[in-house]
Design a protein around this ligand. Structure first.
Ligand code: PMP
Length: 321
């Protein structure tokens, strides 16, 4: 029996995700495009890593006792990751979600035993914005606020695990790393690790058209926000876990391009991912086409398609004509 074949605790299965090359979408490009399959984590997203890391960090700091309540402002995926960890560790979980998030994500959280509060789609400056609602509830009830947008355990776990895994899986050579930013944890942690090890690597933010972050990377000022549909990435405010100094360039991707790319990832590559992976790969394909990149372009398959099955961009994909 190999070491990996022994019975494992579910939480041990978080991380060490495969890296898969795009055979069809990247055909003919001067650099390969490789997708880190975070959607294959037990909870179906990159957020399993931070859910486990944030709760273990809080336990180590004595902030969480058995039976405690954890409150989280989530686009869905962190909530699902937290629900898995909370169920196994005996914590109660309350998730505050913006109204725009899919019904599939809500159903998944309820099935996992989380309590849901739906907040209106308001900007971060508004008191009813989902993050402000979660903070208020934590203060009023003395609950543990995971605070994924500012909690340093988020960036730290990507620096300690996702970054080293990518470097090892690429045999020590990475031309560029491309990712969108929700909390900024993935791009900041992986970027920080790779820059330290490979000074020539390019770290590229994939930002939805309408998000203010692209303008911020270029100028230091958050750009004017507009609405867009892709879930989980982009913002009209800069989270403290997004570190500008590790980002070298930005690619702005429209909803149409993100969703068309996500549908191709599913249908032509067999990667069963959600819309933000489409944003990432659309940007990564552009970066891989450039001749100033030397080596594979790595990006993230952030979450699983199962949380978007009722959404128009995925539902209409296979209609017979
Ligand atoms: N894609 C999806 C679907 C997400 O939910 C998130 C996290 N909000 C991300 C990408 C971005 O990850 P990060 O928070 O590490 O920037």
């Amino acid at each position: 029996m190999r070491e990996g074949d022994r019975p494992r605790d579910l939480l041990e299965l978080i991380g060490d995700t495969p890296l898969v090359g795009l055979r069809v979408l990247a055909a003919g490009l001067p650099n390969p495009v490789l997708v880190k399959c975070e959607h294959l984590n037990p909870g179906g997203s990159v957020k399993d890593r931070i859910a486990k890391a944030i709760l273990e960090d809080a336990e180590a700091r004595g902030l969480l006792r058995p039976g405690a309540t954890v409150v989280e402002a989530t686009a869905g995926n962190t909530g699902i990751g937290l629900a898995l960890v909370c169920a196994r560790r005996g914590y109660r979980l309350c998730c505050v979600m913006p109204a725009k998030m899919s019904e599939d994500k809500r159903a998944a959280l309820r099935a996992l035993g989380a309590e849901l509060v739906i907040a209106p789609n308001e900007p971060p400056s508004h008191p009813d914005n989902f993050q402000n609602v979660a903070r208020r509830m934590a203060e009023e009830h003395g609950w543990f606020l995971t605070d994924q947008f500012a909690n340093q355990a988020n960036v730290a776990v990507h620096e300690a695990t996702t970054g080293p895994e990518i470097l090892a899986q690429c045999g020590g050579r990475v031309g560029a790393f491309v990712a969108g930013a929700g909390t900024g944890g993935t791009i900041s942690g992986v970027g920080r690790f790779l820059k330290r090890r490979l000074p020539g690597v390019q770290i590229v933010l994939a930002d939805p058209e309408g998000s203010g972050l692209a303008h911020w990377v270029r100028t230091g000022e958050v750009g004017p926000g507009a609405s867009y549909l892709v879930e989980g990435i982009g913002s009209s405010a800069v989270p403290s876990n997004l570190h500008r100094e590790v980002i070298d360039a930005v690619e702005v991707v429209s909803d149409d391009d993100s969703y068309a790319t996500a549908r191709r990832l599913i249908a032509e590559e067999g990667l069963l991912v959600g819309g933000s992976a489409g944003t990432n790969v659309a940007a990564a394909l552009r970066v891989a086409a450039r001749d100033d990149v030397d080596g594979p372009v790595v990006t993230i398959g952030c979450d699983s398609w199962d949380r978007y099955l009722s959404q128009e961009w995925l539902r209409g994909a296979s209609a017979c004509r």
